[in-house]
Design a protein around this ligand. Structure first.
Ligand SMILES: [Zn+2]
Length: 264
């Protein structure tokens, strides 16, 4: 385990540095990714592989049609660029890393399922956003089904749902290939989809919806790109997209754990 910790830290630092050079991670994002990568490899080589597959596929999707997506969501997304910062990395990876450490400590396959559910939910949500914005039409609110602006949290499209399913399937497939139990992969698949739906519901209800009085537009930026501080028009100010993502991956972990125990 000590050997994995040392090698894992070195590998994670190399991958994170390369990702920072490729402008996929900010400097703080690279530091956070190194910590999470180290924890994953320490938990087991297979945990490291699952994390690398998640990161590689999600980064590739994020780069796909990046210019067009930026143009469509400019002024709406709190963090518009492909450059992920520490909070984004942590909100997507911390539940997975914590499950890995618990699995290492206990050997209980329940934590394999929890980790699988967390990473599948992170993938489903990221892929839904990237594919939904790139290929989907006008999104509708998951709660009221009224039309919304592209990139607004809580908005869903058919393409986004297909993207979420593809993300959860890709992660569950990876788990099967590396030899995780079939029951874990199945639990992660369904938990990933449910986690993405929970993410959208929280995004449409509790997540802060902000308004720029100068531009007259809704946004998720605390200070709008025009420079004006925004006002809260719905939800809770501190409930931002990163916190919603973290709650969604936590839901994915809990749901996968419940499904695993129920199916075992
Ligand atoms: Zn403005």
């Amino acid at each position: 385990m000590m050997l994995r910790l040392v090698i894992g830290a070195a590998l994670a630092a190399i991958v994170a540095a390369a990702a920072a050079r490729a402008r996929l991670l900010s400097v703080t994002g690279a530091v956070a990714a190194t910590v999470i990568g180290t924890a994953a490899v320490t938990a087991g080589w297979s945990w490291g592989i699952v994390l690398v597959v998640f990161f590689a596929l999600t980064s590739a999707l994020s780069a796909y049609g990046a210019e067009r997506k930026r143009a469509l969501t400019r002024g709406i997304l709190a963090k518009g660029s492909t450059l992920r910062d520490a909070t984004q990395v942590i909100s997507n990876g911390e539940v997975f890393a914590a499950a890995g450490i618990l699995w290492l400590a206990t050997g209980d396959p329940l934590f394999l399922a929890a980790g699988g559910g967390a990473i599948a939910a992170a993938a489903a949500d990221s892929w839904a956003t990237e594919i939904g914005i790139a290929l989907g039409g006008e999104p509708r609110s998951i709660i009221s089904w009224t039309p919304m602006t592209r990139g607004t949290s809580g908005g869903v499209t058919i393409a986004g749902f297909a993207g979420a399913a593809a993300g959860a399937i890709a992660m569950a497939g990876t788990m099967l290939v590396i030899g995780w139990p079939r029951a874990v992969a199945v639990a992660a698949l369904f938990a990933g989809m449910l986690g993405m739906i929970i993410d959208s519901v929280l995004g449409a209800t509790l997540q802060a919806r902000l308004f720029c009085p100068d531009c007259g537009t809704e946004t998720e930026q605390p200070v709008h790109h025009c420079g004006r501080a925004t006002q809260v028009i719905r939800g809770v100010r501190w409930m931002d997209n990163d916190l919603v993502n973290m709650l969604a991956t936590l839901s994915g972990a809990v749901i996968a754990g419940i499904l695993f125990v129920a199916g075992a």
